[in-house]
Design a protein around this ligand. Structure first.
Ligand code: ACO
Length: 318
């Protein structure tokens, strides 16, 4: 039996920080409302000349440096994003070239909005577990500021930009215990960017019925806790860290409660990062590893929900 394990991580946030006070000037909102309803204090925003691939490159270089390996030993790149640089080629292909990888390894993007990293993580794990590859670079990144309507207070206060990268490698003992993926397209109208390539509607911005998304998210994240633990045979108290998608502190608190975890056991970055969609989980993971909270041998519970709706979870030993 082959397994995969996390060997190194890296992340990148754009230099520019936008505070809630700055948003008070743009729309009818307040720092108090944003913090009370979401937990967000500030977010990072890409420069005009900075792209999703640029952020991924920095995150990947940091992961490669942490692992101290040559980029050309990577055998697979899976990159979760909803804000690719181009329609095609994929951002994963652009990144492969940027990193100087010339071994013709497979590289592709995954689109599952805020659940994208969980999808990418699961796909890479399956490639490794099947024996197809031994080392994968898995990324999640989004330039959400490019698809925000800065006059819509219901969305523009929520999102930020950022990227995270993770190296997943073949191992002889379980690193990833279980991955669960779900989708239900019946909910597509509750959270979407209405204008597409084959169906241009003229509205290229995130549109969300926030309260309905919120209710679905709390229920879905609650039920995924039970089904995930049941499948991998772990108990709630076996989990050392919850590393959730960082959309809203209230959704995260509800999931932590379902796991009987105190907020001290949750890697929380939503206050400083906002919702970075595909980037949020790998950014939180890298934060927890680099500040020393997450240690080798810890059991990690990852979960996310996003447009689709898509949702999923991963339980892994670090
Ligand atoms: N500032 C001040 N008031 C606001 C703001 C704002 N930025 N935004 C909305 N309001 C107002 C509303 O207009 C409404 O006013 P009304 O009562 O006069 O009509 C009031 O606040 C309450 O609005 P709700 O939408 O009911 O507020 P809620 O408590 O649900 O919080 C929020 C809104 C923060 C968006 C929440 O619903 C949420 O986090 N939803 C889930 C987001 C999420 O998880 N997304 C999933 C992933 S994203 C992805 O996949 C790309």
């Amino acid at each position: 039996m082959r397994y995969s394990r996390i060997t190194a991580t890296g992340s990148y946030l754009p230099e520019r920080v936008m505070t809630n006070a700055e948003l008070e000037v743009l729309v009818d909102t307040s720092d108090e409302w944003i913090q009370a309803r979401t937990g967000i204090r500030e977010r990072h925003i890409v420069r005009d000349d900075e792209s999703t691939c640029d952020m991924c490159e920095q995150a990947a270089l940091r992961a490669l440096e942490a692992a101290d390996i040559d980029a050309n030993t990577i055998e697979l790149i899976v990159l979760a994003t909803s804000t690719p640089d181009l329609i095609y080629p994929s951002t994963a292909c652009l990144l492969q070239h940027r990193l100087g990888i010339d071994n013709n390894c497979a590289a592709f993007d995954v689109q599952a909005a805020c659940s994208g990293f969980i999808y990418a993580f699961s796909i890479a794990d399956k490639f490794i577990a099947s024996g197809a590859v031994k080392r994968a670079l898995v990324l999640g990144a989004d330039s959400n500021s490019r698809i925000l309507d800065w006059s819509d207070r219901g969305t523009c206060v929520l999102f930020g930009d950022g990227a995270g990268a993770m190296l997943l490698e073949a191992a002889t003992e379980p690193g990833i215990y279980v991955t669960r993926l779900h989708a239900n397209g019946a909910y597509s109208s509750l959270l979407q960017v209405p204008s597409g390539v084959s169906k241009p509607t003229g509205d290229p911005f995130i549109r969300m019925r926030g309260n309905e998304v919120f209710k679905f998210a709390v229920n879905a994240m609650g039920s995924i806790v039970n089904e995930t633990l049941e499948e991998c045979g772990l108990e709630k108290n076996d989990i050392d860290w919850l590393i959730p998608h960082q959309a809203n502190q209230r959704i995260i608190k509800a999931t932590a409660k379902k796991l009987d975890m105190t907020m001290e056991k949750v890697i929380l970055t939503v206050a400083e990062h906002g919702n970075t969609s595909g980037g949020s989980i790998p950014l939180a993971l890298d934060t927890g590893i680099r500040d020393g909270r997450i240690k080798r041998g810890d059991n990690l519970f990852f979960e996310a929900i996003g447009s689709g709706f898509t949702w999923g979870s991963v339980v892994a030993k670090y």
